[in-house]
Design a protein around this ligand. Structure first.
Ligand code: PXP
Length: 252
């Protein structure tokens, strides 16, 4: 595999959303994670929200203990979450902003405004052997701040790109491409995610500096119609085809 193989991280939060709608244990997000890994996911992503609306503390423990692939824990930069991460030691932590009233993570974290706090969180997590990613808007000031506090990676928020109407979407995609190039120049690994679908994933997969996409809601939703393995395989095929056409030399 080359350095720039494009990884697919499958976010299983919404398996837990369905489970929690009835209480009990079904459907089990850990079983979904296991299935996703056996179907070719490069990693599993799960967000432990402050209000525990989908993923639970026990889910995180079970994912880290039983899933034979990298676990990426998304979390807010609170003392409680840092302690949980240090206790469970996922392979990676992605720091996201969190507001209780939001339906999903609506924007990137403001690294410039919260620089001191985030620097200390990055330090503690790194000392525990955890790679830290910051989920940010594709803006140069945010990338420079992420580099200054020695994050391992940035994840570029693709929500505005996905929600944009056709003409505007290309401009948003170009912003993401420029941000990815800057991240690489500053020595940061570059990931992207949020709102990606079969329709929107291609132009993002074609950005050569991006090495990981984290995708959840659409894949889990599509799984209702065709199964998780098939929804992942189709997503993987679209990602690979755009990557191959845009950057053949980067293929694994
Ligand atoms: N990346 C991050 C940092 C996120 O917070 C989310 C949503 O939980 C995703 C990726 C996945 O977004 P979606 O579920 O829209 O595919």
């Amino acid at each position: 595999m080359t350095k720039r193989h494009l990884r697919l991280g499958v976010n299983i939060d919404h398996v837990a959303t369905i489970r929690n709608a009835r209480g009990g244990g079904h459907p089990d997000p850990v079983r979904a994670a296991d299935l996703a890994v056996r179907a070719g996911a490069d990693g599993i992503t799960a967000q432990l929200r402050e209000d525990r609306r989908h993923i639970s503390d026990d889910d995180i423990a079970a994912l880290v203990e039983t899933i034979p692939a990298p676990i990426n824990l998304e979390m807010a930069a609170t003392d409680e979450m840092v302690a949980i991460a240090v206790r469970h030691r996922p392979d990676a932590v992605c720091i996201v902003p969190e507001r209780r009233e939001e339906r999903t993570t609506e924007g990137g974290i403001d690294v410039v405004a919260s620089r001191d706090r985030l620097a200390s969180v990055v330090r503690v997590l790194k000392q525990a052997g955890i790679e830290v990613t910051l989920f940010i808007e594709p803006a140069s000031a945010q990338i420079e701040a992420a580099s200054a506090i020695e994050a391992f990676a940035v994840e570029l928020h693709t929500g505005a790109y996905c929600n944009a109407i056709a003409g505007e979407r290309e401009r948003r995609r170009n912003e993401i491409a420029a941000a990815a190039a800057l991240a690489e120049r500053l020595g940061l690994e570059c990931h992207a995610g949020h709102g990606l679908t079969y329709e929107t994933v291609g132009p993002i997969a074609a950005i050569p500096q991006i090495v990981e996409l984290n995708i959840g809601h659409f894949l889990i939703g599509e799984a209702i119609f065709c199964g998780l393995e098939a929804s992942m395989q189709r997503m993987r095929a679209v990602m690979d085809e755009w990557r191959r056409v845009a950057a053949p030399a980067l293929q694994s």
